[in-house]
Design a protein around this ligand. Structure first.
Ligand code: TMP
Length: 212
């Protein structure tokens, strides 16, 4: 892997993305690659402020379009302040979530809606043009297992989406898997219901195969 890459990690709640990002960052750094780790919503000062509006409060705090606009505004700030400058400086960027989370959560989670799907695609093009991740790992796990893990872990109040009902979480998992099946070149589905080290090995093996 030579040139700067943009690699995203996606999945439902409790899939272990942040652990895997830290392990991969360590691996890449040991191999001489400069890495920036970031996350969505957030990843820049402004986007972290918007994050607070999105991950806290009641389930029905925002209507679907307002929620989508907030995620898009946060993403735009993250892109121009953090992701693009890092890539331009030759650094590989590992992001904990990106636009595929919007497709999975905002389009599929609430029940697929063609109008929202078109709006998501339109907004993404508006804020990012034809910029897309070089590779996206989907850490796939049964939502019952993932939710149990994430509820145990979180001592904070960022649980607006965890609190959605189980069908929401099943829908978004199906959404991620649908994205992956439609574009297997960009996505790699990783079984996240395994030991941490085995998941890391699967990620490294895939990375080496895909981004030679
Ligand atoms: P995190 O818990 O992985 O940090 O993500 C915060 C929450 O925001 C998580 O429940 C997923 C949700 N989310 C969306 O609904 N849409 C998005 O576009 C993103 C980036 C996150």
């Amino acid at each position: 892997m030579q040139k700067a890459r943009f690699i995203t990690f996606e999945g439902g709640e409790g899939a272990g993305k942040s652990t895997q990002i830290a392990l991969l960052a360590d691996y890449l750094q040991k191999n001489g690659i400069d890495v920036v780790c970031t996350r969505e919503p957030g990843g820049s000062a402004g986007a972290e402020e918007i994050r607070n509006l999105l991950v806290r409060g009641g389930n029905a705090r925002w209507d679907r379009l307002t929620e989508l606009l907030l995620f898009s505004a946060a993403r735009r700030d993250h892109l121009v302040k953090t992701i693009l400058p890092a890539l331009n400086a030759g650094k590989t960027v590992l992001s904990d979530r990106f636009n595929d989370s919007t497709v999975a959560y905002q389009c599929f989670g609430y029940g697929f809606d063609e109008t929202i799907y078109q709006q998501v695609n339109h907004l993404y093009r508006l804020i990012a043009g034809d910029f897309v991740p070089d590779l996206t790992f989907i850490l796939d796990i049964d939502p019952l297992i993932g939710l149990k893990r994430s509820m145990k872990r979180q001592g904070n109040d960022e649980q607006r989406f965890e609190n959605m009902d189980l069908s929401f979480h099943k829908n978004l998992r199906d959404g991620f898997l649908k994205l992956a099946s439609e574009n297997p070149q960009r996505y790699a589905v990783i079984n996240a219901d395994q030991e941490t080290e085995k998941i890391h090995q699967d990620i490294v093996t895939t990375l080496r195969e895909r981004l030679k």
